[in-house]
Write a protein that binds this ligand. Sequence first.
Ligand SMILES: NC(=O)c1ccc[n+]([C@@H]2O[C@H](COP(=O)([O-])OP(=O)(O)OC[C@H]3O[C@@H](n4cnc5c(N)ncnc54)[C@H](O)[C@@H]3O)[C@@H](O)[C@H]2O)c1
Length: 245
Amino acid sequence: MNLEHKVCLVTGGARGIGRAIVESFAAAGARAVYAGDLAFDGFDEVTGRYSQVKGIDLNVTDGESIRGAVEQIMAAEGRIDVLVNNAGITRDGLLQKMGDDDWDAVVNVNLKGVFAVTRAVAPAMMEAGSGSIINMASVVALDGNIGQTNYAATKGGVVSMTKTWAKEFARKGAQVRVNALAPGFIRTPMTETVPQKVLDLMVSKTPLGRMGEAQDIANAATFLASDAASFITCQVLRVDGGLVF
Ligand SMILES: NC(=O)c1ccc[n+]([C@@H]2O[C@H](COP(=O)([O-])OP(=O)(O)OC[C@H]3O[C@@H](n4cnc5c(N)ncnc54)[C@H](O)[C@@H]3O)[C@@H](O)[C@H]2O)c1
C-alpha cells in the first residue's frame, strides 16, 4: 500500500489503534502524518522511527483547539489528504445507572468531536477535489452491547454521518471518499479495563478465535486511505474476525 505524497491527520493518534495507524501510514511512505491527541506519553519512540510523524496538540471537544491544529497543518503542508477520526472514549454502565455526565462525555468526544473535526478539515479536501476520511465506528454500532448505551449511540451516529458525508462530499465531481471501520474487540489500553471473562466470551463468539490487534485495524485504514481504494466510499468495513453477537 502506497501513501506517497499524502498528508494525514489521525485524531487520538498517540496510542492504541490511532498510534498503529500513524505508524502504518508513515511506513507506507506518507509525506507527513500528524497524530492529534491530548497527551504523548512514549510517543517519541514513534517520532524517532519516522521523521515525517509529528504529535500535534488536539482536543476534539474544543473548537479553538481543532481550528488551531488544522491551521497549523495547512500552514506547514498546504493540504490534508487523509483524515482518520479515531479519538474515542468509553464510560460504560447499565442504562439505569448511566449518568448525564457519562452520556455527555462520550457524545462530546465520539460524536460531536467527529462532526467538528470533519467540518474543519473537509473544506480543504473539497477545494483540492480529493481526499479520504475514515471514521472509527465499532461493531457495537451495528449489533449493540450491554452497558454501552452512550458508546453504541455515538458509533451508530458515526455510521450515519459517514454515509451522509460520502454523498455530500462527492458532489460537483469531488473525489472525497468517506468510509467507516467497525472494529471488533481489539487489544488496546481501552479494552484493558474490560473484565477478562467478557473478553473470553467475545473471543468464543469470534470464528477466528482471538482478539484483534491494533495492527489489524491499521492495515484496513491504510488500504482505505490509499488510492487502491479509489472507488470505495460510503462503506462500513467490519474488522472483527467474524464476531457474531
Ligand atoms: N479497542 C477496541 O476494542 C475498539 C473497538 C471498536 C472501536 N474502537 C474505537 O477505536 C478508537 C481507538 O480506540 P483505542 O482502543 O485505540 O482507544 P485508546 O483509549 O487506547 O486510545 C484513544 C486515544 O484517543 C485519545 N483521545 C481521547 N479523548 C480525546 C480528545 N478529546 N481529543 C483528542 N484525543 C482524544 C486518547 O488520548 C487516546 O490516545 C476509538 O474511537 C474506539 O471507540 C476501539
